[in-house]
Design a protein around this ligand. Structure first.
Ligand code: GDP
Ligand code: IMO
Ligand code: MG
Length: 420
């Protein structure tokens, strides 16, 4: 009986969806706690590849509850399009529950995300899903929550007030056309009606499952966390494990396990610091081997060596109790593999993650080089079956991060994740 949080411990796209799908087998409830449809979680089973943006990866298990918690920003249009996609593929979704306290992403959030990014001197490279602007309204206490959207009395005046303010921004600051109240109102009122059957107080619901197995699914990653990541090149929420308490509505003392998901290397999509980035043929080879293109925006992902300074930072700020290392197979063809053991800043070895972008810019990664294994690992089902050099590589990671590896993967399929 436990509460487990699965967090991305790099810059997102570590394979969280796949690990959550795998761990869902022994869970009773699977819940998202932050982010929105900026996430893209890939799940592969029975020769079918699914990509989820907003729904928890446990949705495929009809006997378990799939919860969208209060910390999520929810775009109802994206939600229904994802539900349709699943229905068309034979997946039932009656097990979905949505928090009445989740913030709603409205059309003006998408427009503002686009415009603010265009007008920013240093682009973040957002997914343009309206995530930042929706969280801004939440923190400003002006936003519209699911409970407001489905309450006809609250929704109309709230939308009026919000749209008035956003239209000022659109016309006066950005010089573009205002948005039309009537069409938004009509469309979103209907969306609210469709949403109503799924809506509940999910914190209350989770409370009743505390003596069972609750699995929280992080989106993005710790290095994209608004507090602990490479600010301002981050997302607008708290992917860190503590975010699950806030965004799920449970006490932090209930969390018993925190699984940090990482790749056997590093990837990043969007702008921002990336000390171990490989802008060369090795990076290209890894990108091609692993088809490293964004699930949401289809942008090529930036590739780099595994960075254990970032992983130790992730372990500290999220209290990782174990690691799940994905994509071991992606390194099968490399004769040598580097692993970043520390950063050198102004000639000194440091073991913290600098907050200052200027300092980070001056950090030089220090590498240890390990021999590769030059053989196909995709069919290995036990740790002992892995080539010795692959075993050594994984052991080196756990020694450097000081967190045990509990699972590793040698391919994207549900059957290719194994216990250490
Ligand atoms: P998430 O956002 O953390 O859920 O990760 P994504 O789904 O965005 O990205 C992970 C990508 O790596 C997907 O294309 C997965 O199918 C793929 N993937 C996950 N694990 C493995 C693995 O062990 N080996 C290989 N080759 N690909 C993997
Ligand atoms: P999953 O859950 C990787 C990145 C964007 C951008 C920054 C801010 O699939 O791991 P946002 O739209 O959130 O305001 O963009 O964060 N980003 C992700 N990168 N995986 C994700 O999600 C991401 N979600 C956002 O590329 O750099
Ligand atoms: Mg992803």
């Amino acid at each position: 009986m436990s509460v487990t949080v699965v967090v991305g411990s790099q810059w997102g796209d570590e394979g969280k969806g796949k690990i959550v799908d795998y761990l869902s087998q022994t869970a009773d409830v699977i819940a998202r706690y932050q982010g929105g449809d900026n996430a893209g979680h890939t799940i592969v089973f029975n020769n079918h590849k699914f990509s989820l943006q907003l729904l928890p990866s446990g949705i495929f298990y009809s006997d378990k509850l799939a919860v969208i918690g209060n910390g999520v920003v929810l775009n109802p249009v994206a939600l229904f399009s994802e539900l349709n996609y699943l229905h068309e593929n034979g997946v039932t979704t009656d097990n979905l529950r949505i928090s009445s306290r989740a913030e709603v992403i409205m059309p003006y959030h998408l427009v503002l995300d686009q415009l603010s990014e265009q007008n920013r001197a240093h682009k973040i490279g957002t997914t343009k899903k309206g995530i930042g602007p929706a969280y801004m309204d939440k923190i400003a206490r002006t936003g519209i929550r699911v409970a407001d959207l489905i309450d006809p009395e609250s929704f109309k005046p709230l939308l009026k007030e919000n749209l008035n303010q956003k239209n000022q921004l659109l016309t006066k600051l950005y010089g573009v056309d205002p948005l039309d109240f009537d069409s938004i109102y009509e469309k979103y009122q209907l969306l609210g009606e469709r949403l109503r059957p799924f809506v509940t107080d999910t914190a209350e619901l989770l409370h009743h499952y505390l003596d069972k197995n609750i699995l929280f699914e992080g989106a993005q990653g710790i290095m994209l966390d608004i507090d602990q990541g490479t600010y301002p090149y981050v997302t607008s929420s708290n992917p860190v494990a503590g975010g699950a308490a806030v965004g799920g509505g449970i006490g932090p003392t209930e969390i018993k396990k925190v699984v940090g998901v990482c790749k056997a290397y590093t990837s990043r999509v969007g702008e921002g610091p990336f000390p171990t980035e490989l802008v060369n043929e090795i990076g290209d080879l890894i990108r091609d081997t692993a088809h490293e293109y964004g699930t949401v925006t289809h942008r090529p992902r930036r590739i780099g060596w595994l960075d254990t300074v970032a992983l130790r930072h992730a372990a500290r700020v999220s209290g990782l109790t174990s690691l799940a290392v994905n994509c071991v197979d992606v390194l099968d063809q490399l004769p040598n593999i580097k692993i970043c053991t520390g950063y050198r800043l102004n000639g000194e070895l440091i073991d913290y993650y600098p907050a200052s972008l200027n300092e980070l810019d001056r950090c030089e990664p220090v590498y240890q080089t390990l021999p590769g294994w030059l053989s196909d690992t995709t069919a290995c089902t036990t740790f002992a079956e892995l080539p010795k050099n692959a075993q050594n590589y994984l052991k080196t990671i756990e020694n450097l991060v000081e967190v045990p590896i509990e699972w590793y993967s040698v391919g994207p399929d549900r059957t290719q994740t194994h216990r250490r």
